[in-house]
Design a protein around this ligand. Sequence first.
Ligand code: FES
Length: 151
Amino acid sequence: MTETVVQAKAVEFEPKIVGFLCNWCAYAGADLAGVSRLQYPHNVRIIRVMCSGRIDPAFILEAFKDGADGVLVAGCHLPSDCHYLSGNFKAQRRMFLMRKVLEQFGIEPQRLRLEWVSASEGDRFATVIREMVEEIRKLGPNPITNRGIEK
Ligand code: FES
């Protein structure tokens, strides 16, 4: 592949982000961003789960294995907004460990982001997506799949 073709592919790179959002807060925040017609990049594919504590680390590994360039986990604000009391604490502990596991696989830990977004924070959700897309764009494609370079 010539250098020019590689550069053209790099310019075209649009990050694919998988967002696991808890039903009660972050998903409602994303919904509010939509109904409020807030502008944010289209790069995120949302998966609704009942609680951030429900997000098994295997879901995250699977997303990266299947080509996600970034994974967002978003739930109710700490300490007391989780509808199941402690799910957000569990998510926080798991994400801390997951970042270390990802490093072992050669995936930059910045590709996994944990955020707290309430149902009334549509603007915050839009901001998180904008920031994350920019950060992943700087990192480039997922190093495991190398999507966009080898095609
Ligand atoms: S219900 Fe939202 S984090 Fe638990």
